[in-house]
Design a protein around this ligand. Structure first.
Ligand SMILES: Cc1ncc(COP(=O)(O)O)c(C=O)c1O
Length: 462
């Protein structure tokens, strides 16, 4: 029991912050690097936004912009609304919230339970469209006397709240041993505030942004250009524009994660760790666990932020029907990633050789893994391939080639494609010339898909 609950509290606002940091065990898959989760769903409003609701309102009061009986307006995917509405309930303000229509019914009902008014807007409009939820909130705040726009995407009080609380808590809870922080960015307030504080304490802490596939943040981080975003189902993080409260200079790496990966990990978190959190939490844990496995360093310490409670998604990611309707539950071959996941579990996702590998070793790998060909990789790139048929016939012609490097018998490299592309791309590439394609995820070659894999997927479906 936390020491701060030993005394009675004045009101619920005193319970904001100081959420527990809890170790992830089973979902970490035996990684040597410890992974801890900052469980923001322990707050009174069930999300990380509790921290900023209070900070934004108190700042507006101090600046004289919010007076007794005033109106608080915000464009919110739900959690910020709950946080603002909690504070408003205690301090006697009214609330109006605008929200895109992809958000769950639970979130809408929740805000109404606090007495807030909720206006639903279409998701599929560009950010500058008058019907976009952010534009609509701005207009209501401008046109209503005594109203303030909480403005979480631009309000400096948002990152400041995390600089003052989330960052110091993580520092203290890890006794300064934190080496990596993994989190998503909606407004970027958590990231900007917590990362700024932590990097001031220890400059070499690495900050990894987990971004939903479809959000533009990852591409913007790596290329400086803003591509068209496309819809995705994880709520609360990622963006089709760059928020004013997000300081990307604090980010060291970004990783794109599919809805499927995020939701499946979110469900595992509940079933295997007893941590009932939302899809964005699944997304960051997916990234954190991959990072832990990649680092394999017991002296590193990864922290990820679980932003909100799973109760907000009972009719979505926690509903098998919804997951099935969205083809997120069973292995599906709609994407290259899907094809990779339904591969025969007995074979590692990628078996490869280097140019200098002896032919004898390549042949024994081919036999051991029961495959017909292998990619030849050099410094992470595919520089060629070797096939069982060619190697066999060359060895029969001249047994001395067995000790030579595969480089001398190499055939052309396999094509490399991105894991998020449509599975149809693989079908087109697996021609007579290409018996296999390699799959790249986050810049690294992570798997191979062969004609055999594709035929197996097709036959298992019919
Ligand atoms: C579910 C969820 N996860 C993560 C975040 C990200 O927080 P921030 O806006 O501080 O980037 C939010 C914010 O809305 C959220 O609702």
């Amino acid at each position: 029991m936390s020491a701060r609950f030993l005394e009675p509290l004045e009101n619920v606002l005193a319970t904001i912050g100081w959420t527990p940091l809890i170790r992830l065990n089973k979902v970490a898959g035996g990684a040597a690097t410890p992974v801890y989760a900052k469980c923001e769903f322990f707050g009174p409003g069930g999300s990380v936004k509790d921290r900023i609701g209070l900070a934004i309102i108190e700042k507006a009061e101090r600046e004289g912009r919010l007076k007794a009986g005033g109106l608080i307006v915000e464009a919110t995917s739900g959690n910020t609304g709950v946080a603002l509405a909690t504070v408003a309930a205690i301090k006697g303000y009214r609330c109006v919230f605008t929200m895109p229509d992809k958000m769950s019914q639970e979130k809408v009902r929740l805000l109404k339970a606090f007495g807030a008014e909720v206006i639903i807007t279409p998701t599929a409009v560009p950010p500058d469209h008058p019907d976009h939820y952010t534009q609509l909130a701005k207009r209501i705040a401008e046109e209503t006397p005594g109203a303030i726009l909480a403005d979480q995407f631009y309000n400096p009080a948002n990152p400041e709240a995390h600089y003052a609380t989330t960052g110091p808590e993580l520092w203290e809870q890890t006794r300064g041993h934190i080496t990596h922080m993994v989190l998503g960015a909606g407004t970027g307030g958590t990231l900007t505030g917590a990362a700024r504080y932590l990097k001031e304490r220890k400059a070499k802490i690495r900050v990894i942004l987990g971004d939903p596939v479809g959000s533009i943040l990852r591409d913007y981080f790596y290329t400086g250009t803003k591509p068209e975003g496309h819809p995705y189902k994880v709520e609360g993080i990622g963006s089709d524009k760059i928020p004013g409260t997000l300081d990307l200079s604090l980010v060291d790496e970004t990783v794109a994660v599919s809805d499927r990966e995020a939701f499946l990990m979110g469900r595992r978190l509940t079933r295997e760790e007893g941590l009932f959190a939302g899809g964005s939490s699944g997304l960051v844990v997916h990234v954190a666990v991959q990072l832990a496995q990649r680092l394999g360093d017991p002296d590193a310490l990864i922290v990820c932020v679980l932003a909100d409670t799973g109760e907000r998604y009972l009719s979505k990611m926690y509903s098998d029907e919804w997951m099935r309707e969205n083809r997120l539950l069973e292995p599906e071959a709609g994407t290259v990633e899907g094809l990779l996941q339904v591969k025969d579990g007995a074979t590692p996702p990628l078996v490869s050789v280097e140019p200098a590998t002896p032919v004898r070793v390549a042949l024994s790998l081919i036999t051991a893994h029961d495959v017909s060909q292998l990619p030849v990789l050099a410094e992470g790139d595919c520089v060629g391939s070797v096939s069982e048929a060619t190697l066999m016939s060359r060895v029969i012609d001249d047994p001395s080639v067995l000790e030579g490097p595969v480089e001398s018998l190499m055939e052309p490299p396999f094509p490399v494609i991105d894991s998020h592309l449509d599975a149809a791309t693989v079908m087109r590439l697996l021609s007579r010339q290409n018996p296999a394609v390699l799959v790249r995820r986050d810049g690294r070659i992570v798997g191979i898909i062969t004609r055999y894999d594709v035929v197996r997927t097709i036959t298992s479906r019919t």
